[in-house]
Ligand binder design. Structure first.
Ligand SMILES: NC(=O)c1ccc[n+]([C@@H]2O[C@H](COP(=O)([O-])OP(=O)(O)OC[C@H]3O[C@@H](n4cnc5c(N)ncnc54)[C@H](OP(=O)(O)O)[C@@H]3O)[C@@H](O)[C@H]2O)c1
Length: 200
């Protein structure tokens, strides 16, 4: 699958490494593609760096790995390129915004012809391409409408996560709260912590 990832920071880079290692083709979208390419973040083979719009156009699935205060505007700006595609929102606001809707629902409103799926927001970036902590697989909670959510479920499983469907996009706010809890916990216990759902 061709995966467009907008943003070349900690999350975009980690997902690019993980998806490329799982034999997906990755196009990273950067505001400064020439500089980003030259930086060489150890993304591995199968990763190309283009502009944000080109990467959004190339991806069968597009991840918006952007700062929370930039993602809604970027989704609106790229909405034509995102139309008809699963669009993954891994972003988190910290502390919580006062908006009455989750960030993911605001992203969905900005790109109304895409199907937004909340995922990859409840774990530290260092475990996105290595989802094992203390020898245990990390759970990735995914919220959105099928079939887009199922596509993202498969991508998360390709990275090595234990995947749990967490409902439709109305559950995204709960995943954003869970991420804020992770941030608070990581300050006390360090970043090498993660959530796992136990089932009897
Ligand atoms: N870091 C984590 O452990 C972690 C884990 C889970 C979720 N998250 C969430 O995932 C999102 C991305 O996190 P991150 O740590 O990767 O952030 P980051 O390191 O700040 O990177 C975001 C990337 O977005 C691009 N960018 C920056 N400002 C922009 C703007 N104003 N408009 C458009 N593009 C811009 C930049 O790429 P270019 O310079 O190449 O354009 C930048 O490298 C955040 O919302 C964060 O809350 C983070």
């Amino acid at each position: 699958m061709e995966i467009g990832i907008i943003g070349t920071g900690s999350v975009g880079s980690a997902l690019a490494r993980g998806f490329a290692a799982a034999d997906h083709d990755v196009v990273l979208g950067s505001r400064t593609p020439t500089t980003a390419s030259l930086d060489g973040h150890g993304w591995g083979e199968g990763v190309e760096v283009l502009g944000q719009r080109e990467a959004a156009e190339c991806g069968d699935v597009v991840v918006l790995a952007l700062p929370a205060d930039a993602v809604v505007e970027a989704a609106a700006d790229l909405s034509a390129a995102l139309a008809g595609k699963p669009v993954v929102d891994p972003t988190n606001e910290y502390p919580a915004a006062t908006a009455d809707r989750s960030l993911a629902e605001r992203v969905a409103a900005a790109a109304p012809d895409a199907t937004v799926v909340k995922a990859f927001n409840t774990v530290g970036a260092e475990h996105l391409s290595d989802p094992v902590v203390a020898g245990e697989p990390v759970t990735m909670f995914v919220a959105g409408e099928p079939p887009a959510r199922e596509t993202v479920d498969e991508l998360a499983a390709d990275l090595g996560f234990e995947v749990i469907a967490a409902g439709d996009l109305s559950a995204a706010g709960r995943l954003e709260d869970l991420a804020r809890l992770w941030i608070d916990l990581s300050r006390e216990h360090g970043r090498d912590v993660a959530f796992r759902l136990l089932r009897g």
